[in-house]
Design a protein around this ligand. Structure first.
Ligand code: NAP
Length: 245
């Protein structure tokens, strides 16, 4: 269903991004993925057809890293889909004592770097490209202790709203909901990871949005959990769109 689709996935060395890279390739897409840890990126693409997938080790937090990504992404152009799955959690701490360095780092990674990467990619995007941001429940409704992470994800939703109004393609905010990944384990060490969905469980919406003909309106704020167990290729009623004010 995704043959002839060119897809860039950031954060492909772990968790949700890793699962999406494998899944997109399995459905026929050509995929490029980016993260800092080359060895983990290579694990992600182990056994996959190298004609269909390539990795770019780079730090998205640096201008140099983003430039490397944009240069390598020329091999993928015109890009049909960008999934911004890379993200930083930072410490869990109240705002009143949140460490300043971590504040800058998390906002820089989850918001500013993503924005600057988008700018680098614009010349390489198909005019109807789909841009997917990874939102969070604590960005949609702030929650104590989640600090810069929650604030950065709220700001990301704002960025996606502006982009949706400007961009001729499609723009989506997708909240995975608590998903068993290394980031989730760090955020919620007391939680039993077998009690929450896996990246594979939440993948249907990401497959669905990567296809060429998507019924969801651009600008929709979606919850991946609403699509667990659904057929990614089936037509779906639009009441899954949970726009927030
Ligand atoms: N899991 C959840 O419950 C959950 C819930 C809501 C939202 N989300 C969001 O979903 C996305 C994926 O999360 P996840 O749970 O899959 O996290 P994860 O397993 O920790 O993966 C995070 C990814 O981001 C990459 N990354 C971090 N900093 C980077 C940098 N400076 N440059 C390049 N890549 C960088 C990491 O790769 P390297 O370390 O190799 O660079 C890794 O591949 C994140 O945006 C997260 O906020 C997750």
């Amino acid at each position: 269903m995704l043959s002839n689709r060119s897809i860039l996935v950031t954060g492909g060395s772990s968790g949700i991004g890793r699962d999406l890279v494998r899944r997109y390739v399995a459905h026929g897409a050509k995929v490029m993925t980016v993260a800092r840890r080359e060895a983990e990126l290579l694990k992600t693409i182990e056994g996959l057809d190298r004609q269909q997938v390539f990795v770019v080790p780079a730090d998205l937090g640096s201008a140099k890293g983003r430039h490397v990504v944009a240069t390598e992404a020329m091999r993928l152009a015109p890009i049909d889909v960008v999934v911004h799955a890379a993200g930083a959690l930072g410490p869990k701490a109240p705002l009143g004592s949140y460490p300043e360095d971590a504040w800058h780092e998390v906002l820089h990674m989850n918001l500013t770097s993503l924005h600057l990467l988008h700018q680098e990619l614009v010349p390489l995007l198909s005019p109807t490209a789909t841009i997917i941001g990874l939102a969070s429940s604590v960005g949609r409704k702030g929650r104590r202790g989640w600090g810069a992470y929650a604030v950065s994800k709220a700001a990301l939703d704002g960025w996606l709203e502006v982009l949706a109004d400007e961009w001729d393609g499609k723009v989506y905010s997708v909240n995975p909901g608590g998903t068993a990944t290394p980031m989730r384990a760090e955020a919620m060490p007391e939680e039993d990871p077998t009690t929450i969905p896996t990246p594979a469980d939440i993948s249907p919406i990401f497959l669905r949005l990567a296809a060429q003909h998507v019924s969801e309106d651009s600008g929709a704020k979606l919850n991946a959990r609403d699509f667990i167990g659904t057929d990614p290729w089936a037509p779906v009623a639009k009441d899954h769109d949970s726009q927030v004010g």
